[in-house]
Design a protein around this ligand. Sequence first.
Ligand SMILES: NC(=O)c1ccc[n+]([C@@H]2O[C@H](COP(=O)([O-])OP(=O)(O)OC[C@H]3O[C@@H](n4cnc5c(N)ncnc54)[C@H](O)[C@@H]3O)[C@@H](O)[C@H]2O)c1
Length: 447
Amino acid sequence: MSPNQKPLTIAPATGKLAILTPGLGAVATTFIAGVEAVKRGMAKPIGSYTQMGQIRLGKRSEKRMKKVNELVPLANLNDVVFGGWDIFSENAYEAAKHAQVLDKDTIEALKEPLSKIKPMSAVFDKNFIKRIDGPNVKTGKTKMDLAEQLRADIRNFLKDNGCNRAVMVWCASTEVYTPPTPVQATLKSFEEGLRNNDPSIPPSQIYTYAALKERVPYANGSPNISVEVAALQELALEMATPICGSDFKTGQTLLKTVIAPGLRNRQLGVAGWYSTNILGNRDGEVLDDPGSFKSKEVSKSGVLSDIFSAEQYPDLYSDIHHVVRINYYPPRGDNKEGWDNIDIFGWMGYPMQIKVNFLCRDSILAAPIVLDLALFMDLASRAGMRGIQEWLSFYFKAPVVKQGLSPEHDLSVQLIKLENTLRFFTNEELINHLGLTHYGVDEGENA
Ligand SMILES: NC(=O)c1ccc[n+]([C@@H]2O[C@H](COP(=O)([O-])OP(=O)(O)OC[C@H]3O[C@@H](n4cnc5c(N)ncnc54)[C@H](O)[C@@H]3O)[C@@H](O)[C@H]2O)c1
């Protein structure tokens, strides 16, 4: 334990945890099916840091590695109960079939647990998601009424399923880009907006509000503007509840945050980065609408401008042409294909190119992130953390950070932050990777 560190107490993970997802589509059903498969020994939780990750404790010479889920008290998968909301009334078995991510045999083998998960009726507004519409939708006089209904859903779900706590992870479609207005500036103006049906409040903010009012930690898996707004950050602090976001970092952006820091660390210049994708699932259909695409474009674009700071490195990055395209192409379904062409330059300005062709599976990459976020947000809550959880930036394309701070995008730095937070939670020594003690240098207080 570091000298100035105060011991932290974490409430044990006893009882059942509800993982609630607005949206029971491709990502949510792949996540739920995967956990059920793991519980039955049908699959391994590949891609999940909470289930497979190991963390070094102490000095390298101590050779002390621990599994993440043995270091921190995370909810056991057998104690997790799934629930969600969707505008379609298909249960999770039907929705998984519809999503066509998993093979038929796997879905059939999991029919029993998946069929039990029936979506609660959604808060939905066609003004914010243009390309789809469905029947399983709440009605209410005001947005505050709708928020109250969601709060009642949460309470009823906990009661009916014998759960003593819950977390919410947004897995519903991407909304039209909606930058905050003065309504989202303070909690007071936001609540007035809810009561007055202010048109600038999208459904995702109503879910976030409802979750926080019930002290349910909220993670934003989409590029929606929800936990980003000042009013909801204020509420998270007031309710002493953790929040994090935004937009699961899965395919192309995951690779960007590995490659781009590498180029910058070696002081290689970048003239352009052209990213394009073909995608044929319902997410692709929704993103085919320019308003929803704008949300994605904003969350995907910030990564490079932050990593390649033109201000800090004018000779290397002052004129980068960064283009991001997502093309809806139904034959591919959930199997997205992404191409990146990166024009770089090196010693004396000589140009070079990097080509990346990632044939990925969108929901297969996203599912373990949902699991990790749910378990870590529950941990954060039991550890008394509140407000923005920047240590979970590892999972997001556009990490939410306190106003005035710049987000950290480099995946390896994000992992160091995450690991040190887990060490901090467990009163283990933080690791600074200095390593000079091994070479006879006195590190003093740094050791
Ligand atoms: N790799 C990935 O798959 C990935 C990566 C980053 C972010 N995301 C984001 O995750 C989200 C889910 O992706 P998906 O592939 O599962 O999409 P999907 O279209 O398969 O599922 C989304 C579901 O949300 C439902 N929905 C829409 N509005 C709703 C509302 N207001 N309340 C409740 N349900 C609502 C839809 O009916 C649909 O069933 C999207 O926002 C997507 O951008 C996905």
